[in-house]
Write a protein that binds this ligand. Structure first.
Ligand code: ADP
Ligand code: MG
Length: 392
């Protein structure tokens, strides 16, 4: 059954608590990428235009110490947001108490109150019922639009939602539609590409995608654990020894569904100025490490992608942050973006960053805003922040 969305709520004159993902990257206190704020605007603008009193909540960074609080003060976001919306934005510098309650009480329809970083409250990440109840008392309705946080059962993502009448915002709706279309109801052939660094983070995704996709391409640092499982020499390439047995199990059951690199760009150290040679898979000399897929592998992956109607990509093909090892990721990015009429989805923080850095931001059907959340979706896990929202 489809979930209720913000359009199913009567928001006029109501205090609407909207959980957004304003967890933006910053350097020296300056926002370096405001994409997450931009992605939240459709829901915020809808609420403003429909005369809601909009109470926005988000976390920002991790809070362990008082120092972390100063570093992750939501005030920078309040300023950035105020420049992007056509209404008054009041910032509450606290997460509870008189300042916040007065700000909400004094709101007019169509105005915004942005609440301080939800993680100032230790109860936030514990989904503390008392905290959820207090926050819920500030609003009449709840809208879930923080896709990057829906895989976490926190007070602001699940707690409030379980008390107030609720709905999904447009961003979460779009993410679920696009990821769902790709993973659960794909037009075939469906090719999944998994790369990146940590096998342990992604092995569950490989398992689920092997059930759903027609081909599963493995590249990046992930590939070497599989090469090792095939009995190959991998030199000093990335290896998760305790995942070799599982990799072997997947190789045995997947047959030719699993597509692995046949050659690799190898380096004598993890550095941009390393000596480089191309090595066949399974024949990487001692002291050398595979840091990108090789030219024959690029061809193989391009062939595998030919004719695909659905592509899901998570994890870069090499250490794309260093120019000598960016070719594989660039080639795969290019190949995916040139597929005619295909639904193409990137999920994964670094893959999305790579695609944007390489100039492919507009060339995919969808770039997910939630790394962890999109991974868990692709693993087939239930996302608590979505599960809690009522059906239509
Ligand atoms: P995502 O965030 O897209 O899910 P990951 O976090 O799993 O991706 O992995 C991204 C990282 O993997 C990048 O920093 C990249 O440098 C690294 N990586 C890719 N290929 C290799 C490799 N062969 N060896 C070591 N690291 C790699
Ligand atoms: Mg990552």
């Amino acid at each position: 059954m489809a979930k209720r969305t913000v359009k199913d709520l009567d928001v006029a004159g109501k205090r609407v608590i909207c959980r957004v993902d304003f967890n933006v990257p910053r350097k020296d206190g300056v926002i370096t990428n405001d994409n997450r704020i931009v992605q939240a605007l459709p829901t915020i603008n809808y609420l403003i235009e429909n005369n809601a009193k909009v109470i926005l909540m988000s976390h920002l960074g991790k809070i362990k110490t008082e120092e972390d609080k100063a570093k992750n003060n939501m005030d920078v976001v309040a300023k950035a947001l105020a420049e992007k919306v056509n209404t008054k934005v009041v910032f509450s510098s606290v997460t509870r108490g008189e300042e916040l309650e007065n700000a909400v009480a004094n709101m007019k329809d169509g105005e915004i109150v942005l609440v301080q970083n939800t993680r100032y409250e230790p109860g936030e990440t514990k989904n503390d019922p008392e905290l959820a109840k207090y926050w819920a008392s500030l609003g009449d309705l709840f809208v879930e639009d923080a896709f990057g946080s829906v895989h976490r059962a926190h007070a602001s993502t699940v707690g409030i939602a379980s008390i107030l009448p609720n709905a999904l915002g447009f961003l979460v709706e779009k993410e679920v539609t696009m990821l769902g279309k790709a993973v659960d109801n794909p037009e075939r052939p469906f090719v999944a590409i998994i790369g990146g660094a940590k096998v342990s983070d992604k092995i569950a995704v490989v398992d689920n995608l092997l059930k759903k996709a027609d081909k599963v391409i493995i590249g990046g640092g992930m590939a070497y654990t599989f090469m090792k499982a095939m009995g190959g020499e991998i030199g000093t390439s990335l290896l998760e020894e305790d995942k070799v047995a599982l990799a072997k199990e997947y190789l045995d059951k997947a047959g030719d569904k699993l597509v692995l690199p046949v050659d690799n760009v190898c380096a004598d150290k993890f550095a941009a100025d390393a000596d480089i040679q191309v090595c066949e898979s399974g024949k990487i000399p001692e002291g050398w490490m595979g840091l990108d897929i090789g030219p024959k592998t690029i061809e193989l992956f391009e062939e595998t992608l030919q004719g695909a109607k659905t592509v899901v990509w998570n994890g870069p093909m090499g250490v794309f942050e260093m120019e000598p090892f960016a070719k594989g990721t660039l080639a795969v990015c290019t190949a995916i973006s040139e597929l005619p009429g295909a639904t193409t989805v990137i999920g994964g923080g670094d893959s999305a960053a790579a695609a944007i850095q390489l100039g492919f931001a507009d060339k995919f059907s969808h770039i997910s805003t939630g790394g962890g959340a999109s991974l868990e979706y692709m693993e087939g896990k239930e996302l608590p922040g979505i599960a809690v929202i009522s059906d239509k």
